[in-house]
Write a protein that binds this ligand. Sequence first.
Ligand code: SF4
Ligand code: SF4
Length: 372
Amino acid sequence: MTKVAGSDCVHFLLNALQKRGYTCIGPTIRDAAIVYDEIRSEQDLPIGYTDEQDGGTYRLKKRSDQARFGYTVGPQSWKQYLFPPSTLLMTARRTSDGFEAASPIDNVRPHAFIGVRPCDLNAIAIQDRTFLKGTYIDRTYQKRREAAFIVVVNCGQAGRTCFCVSMESGPMARSGYDLALTEILESGRHEFLVETGSERGEEVAAELPFRSATEEDGHAAQRMVDRAVHQMGRTMDTSGIKELLYRNMEHPRWDNVAARCLSCANCTMVCPTCFCSSVEEVTDLTDDHTERWRRWDSCFTADHSYIHGGSVRPTTLSRYRQWMTHKLATWIDQFQTSGCVGCGRCITWCPVAIDITEEVRVIRETDGAKRH
Ligand code: SF4
Ligand code: SF4
């Protein structure tokens, strides 16, 4: 079902979803950035704002229109709701007979994610594979994932660090959503094309006061997405990338990037597909109660690669190389897909503007196979 809604589309959508018991999470402005938080009304959206991004640069600016989704992506992704930074896995309490252990069943409320970008929808699919499609199912992730209603917003503009076209993950969503919106902004027109992708999406859309879409509405939405394709700030040639990186593990470029990299782990924290975590035990002062927590970790921390006797990645070179080759090469062997969706966050939020697309370009241009 394809419909057209006015510029106040999100107002009706929020009412319909809240009536069904969903807590609606969407973009809002905090600390001069667009972040995700609970949105109770359309006025919580970053109406009339856009973002300017480049290597190590992020700025919010006013737009000349009232666009609801006139930005690209901020520092946060939906990972924080599906795979939270801290998760309580287990508790144990001392009793007269010993210890009583419990696995807290997460009380997950239904969430509606409003404004998921196509690259981030692909990132969710990649994390689904990691947490749900291997030998072990991650129950915490599974509960949160099943409780999520997904409203994608196709991109009508792209940023200078975006390269989703190269990674075939955007700027238009093909499947995996409940509803997909395209915000049409042209020649004084401000409307939304609304497409349904699931039964529950159909149910929600059916009760909203939207009109049926015409062929021209579809063309207008396509023009918006085409505009984003042409604005895409970066590209990455992914042909034979796995083999390229495998045969260049000793490339001199790794020394060059190591000299700039601060090992700060920002790139892994902002990446929507990174899933490293560590587990820690916390015991209270009485020794009667203990908790086991899972927390986000990063391949850039020394502890994360510690095995008996020492760290297997003691240098910055080995950590950056591990991160980049995992994203673009070993991930393919592990999960049959790339670990990168081209969202550009690791470029924008790197304090020294290290750029994964540039590192690949240099290694490709000076490929060991060509050098010998
Ligand atoms: S590696 Fe960088 S561009 Fe790719 S998905 Fe992660 S943050 Fe986005
Ligand atoms: S590449 Fe940039 S963001 Fe990542 S660890 Fe190095 S300095 Fe930090």
